[in-house]
Write a protein that binds this ligand. Structure first.
Ligand code: IPD
Ligand code: CA
Ligand code: CA
Length: 268
């Protein structure tokens, strides 16, 4: 597969995924959110018809274009690949924001080959921003190369994070970590879209990002975009990042150790 997935096919696949995300995202923005019905996957974990419709369009387009690829997508899609390639899709990342009319959400599409993400697209239709990356080729925002920030001190950093859906029931809910960073960093934000958190760190809007209990679709595309933008991404203990893992710490590299020290102290 590695050999067959040459640069030309990569570029074609990235182009296809980006156009698809743009079509689907722009369509969601155009449609009326009036009478929006929200269903609950958990106490505070929402899903709407828009998430499901977006997934349907993305999955059917990817299956038509790449019939031997697998697809893993948030709303209960797990198609086994005939090859070693699999698309990992979050049809709408930031559903709580979307359901409340807050325009901070995105479509995230990543491609994993031999269990490694090699291509990723995150599209924000409210700002017409397309973040993208191909492994070893850098990261881009609307076609222009991007890079992480140059902030060296945690004290001067703007950070972002998120909270897990079991926040009401689990003690491992990120509140202690949030409290600690809130007084050590310049400021901490909670945007509500993990995919955008990673991309905003990739283009220097944030200096660092941490979160726990995410799913592969939240972070497949964004993690590659951050890496390719020159960022560093690991778990809280500095071990290699894994999209199937439980922790993500993504930074500009320069404040990585300082953030790790805070996270390590709290896990002990
Ligand atoms: C959620 C968002 C949020 C993060 C949650 C995710 P969803 O994804 O990325 O920022 O904190 O953990 O589940 O449910 O809106 O696709
Ligand atoms: Ca998500
Ligand atoms: Ca989602």
């Amino acid at each position: 597969m590695g050999r067959r997935f040459g640069q030309k096919l990569m570029l074609r696949s990235l182009d296809f995924a980006a156009r698809l995300a743009q079509q689907v995202g722009d369509n969601i923005v155009r449609r009326s959110r009036r009478n929006l019905r929200v269903s609950f996957k958990g106490e505070i974990d929402l899903v709407t018809k828009f998430d499901r419709d977006a997934q349907k369009k993305i999955v059917s387009a990817l299956s038509r274009e790449f019939p031997d690829h697998g697809i893993l997508s948030e709303e209960d899609i797990n198609r086994k690949p005939a090859s070693t390639a699999r698309w990992i899709v979050d049809p709408l990342d930031g559903t709580t924001n979307f359901a409340h009319g807050l325009p901070i959400w995105a479509i995230s599409i990543g491609l994993e080959v031999n269990e490694e993400v090699i291509l990723g697209v995150v599209y924000d239709p409210n700002r017409h921003e397309t973040f993208s990356a191909i492994k070893n080729s850098g990261a881009r925002l609307n076609g222009k190369m991007i890079g992480v920030s140059s902030t060296r001190k945690l004290d001067r950093s703007l950070l972002v994070t998120g909270f897990p859906y079991d926040i009401r029931r689990s003690e491992r809910n990120n509140l202690r970590q949030f409290g600690e960073f809130a007084v050590r960093a310049r400021a901490v934000r909670r945007l509500g879209s993990a995919a955008l958190d990673l991309c905003y760190t990739a283009c220097g809007r944030f200096d660092g990002y941490w979160e726990m209990k995410l799913s592969p679709w939240d972070q497949a595309a964004g993690s590659l975009i951050l890496k390719e933008a020159g960022g560093k991404i690991t778990d809280f203990g500095g071990r290699p990042f894994n999209i199937y893992g439980d922790e993500v710490l993504g930074t500009n590299g320069l404040i990585h150790r300082q953030m790790m020290d805070v996270l390590r102290r709290l896990s002990g």
